[in-house]
Design a protein around this ligand. Structure first.
Ligand SMILES: *Cc1c(COP(=O)(O)O)cnc(C)c1O
Length: 391
């Protein structure tokens, strides 16, 4: 997964630091929440939430607490295999038939919930057997998605769903390895909706287990939110996404239950410092005008580097361990900050856009609040031109 667009000349312009000791700390924390019989799958979709799936998976290969990986798209799954991932890879979303042959050959576990998918896999596996590309008796291992309230993908937990499970169990070339659901509201203080979704799921799973071949399925439901809030949903496996990376799914979950450390920081450099007199407009549109003599520094990162433009005039960054407000509009590749009260700031100083500098910290929660965006978006939307530096 070559996400870096880099000849190596721009390493001080803006970079994302990925702290693997924080990742280990979070995995340890999550593991302590789980019974020993519950497996932990690392959700590494969207390039490991922007942290770099290749590097994250390379690290997790040797972490015993991690059973496998989950991704959203076929390309993400193949990229993991190409990067040398040996642990089971699960595909959480719908995938198009063009990818089925490679999914089978790479032993990736797709989610299934459409009848046409079952017939298509049956045909693909049969033709791979015929061509000799797939060893006889080798099948595709699938996980059946059940919709218990998210209304996104998955069969209904009723008679129609049960018919689908029966069909899947009977499909030649297909082995049903697991069955799962996904919570729509496990990140709320009031868990009554999540509990209702869980009981719909467990009632359905009971019926499935009563079927011939349905006894041994791997049953999973929990995302990060449910890992923290709903221990009865841990079942055979959990799928941890955002908590791996040290962020809480929402501010309604009890943070004391799961201590986490943020894995990613976003940093840049001061490339210009100047004094402005009163009455100078700063940046596009002149939305900020100095009302006194000010020292203004230019930072060489912008919204095309993941610095939300909605932080214009609202956000702060850290320089020399102190907070410096963003002045006026964030541009595509640069923005300006007020360093009047940090007089020793000079060109070349490191600017922390997300992360810690001394006693101060700019968290993703803070910039989410100030920018009006969802905190998951920040790491996910740091583009390929920003190099990831693994520590
Ligand atoms: C993205 C995703 C997860 C992980 O969600 P987090 O809130 O980041 O833990 C788990 N399961 C499914 C099906 C997903 O799509």
């Amino acid at each position: 997964m070559d996400t870096e667009l880099s000849y190596g000349y721009d390493r001080r312009r803006v970079w994302a630091e990925v702290d693997l000791t924080a990742l280990d700390f979070n995995i340890d924390s999550i593991t302590k929440c789980l019974p020993a019989s519950t497996r932990l799958t690392a959700v590494v979709k969207a390039d490991a939430y922007g942290h770099g799936a290749r590097e994250i998976a390379k690290h997790l290969e040797s972490v015993n607490a991690v059973y496998g990986y989950a991704v959203a798209t076929a390309d993400e799954a193949f990229a993991l295999c190409d990067a040398g991932a040996k642990k089971p890879v699960m595909l959480l979303g719908y995938t198009f038939p063009e990818s089925f042959e490679r999914i089978v050959l790479e032993k990736i576990r797709p989610a299934v919930f459409r009848e046409d998918t079952l017939t298509q896999y049956e045909a693909v596996v049969s033709s791979l057997h015929k061509s000799g590309d797939l060893v006889e008796n080798e099948t595709v291992r699938v996980h059946i998605a059940v919709d218990c309230g998210m209304r996104r993908i998955g069969v209904q937990p009723d008679e129609t769903g049960l018919q689908f499970v029966k069909k899947a169990l009977a499909t030649k070339g297909v082995t049903v390895e697991g069955i799962f659901t996904h919570f729509s509201r496990a990140d709320e203080k009031d868990l009554s909706c999540a509990e209702e979704e869980l009981s719909r799921f467990t009632r359905f799973v009971e019926q499935v287990r009563a079927l011939d071949g349905g006894e041994e399925l791997m049953v999973h439901a929990s995302n990060s939110a449910a890992i923290v809030t709903l221990s009865k949903a841990h079942l055979d496996m959990v799928r941890a996404g955002i908590v791996l990376y040290g962020l809480y799914p929402s501010d309604e979950v009890d943070r004391d239950k799961l201590p986490l450390k943020p894995v990613l920081s976003l940093k840049s450099s001061v490339v210009y410092v100047k004094e402005l007199v009163a009455g100078c407009a700063v940046s596009y549109g002149g939305t900020f005008v100095t009302d006194q003599k000010m020292r203004v520094a230019t930072v060489c990162a912008g919204y095309a580097d993941g610095v939300a433009r909605t932080l214009s005039g609202k956000g702060e960054v850290l320089v020399r361990g102190k907070r410096a407000p963003i002045l006026g509009r964030v541009c595509m590749d640069q923005f300006m900050i007020d360093v009047t009260d940090i007089p020793d700031v000079t060109m070349g100083d490191t600017v922390t856009i997300i992360g810690r500098d001394g006693a101060e910290e700019i968290s993703m929660d803070e910039i989410a609040l100030k920018s009006g965006r969802f905190h998951y978006e920040f790491p996910c939307l740091i583009p390929p031109r920003v190099p990831r530096v693994v520590k």
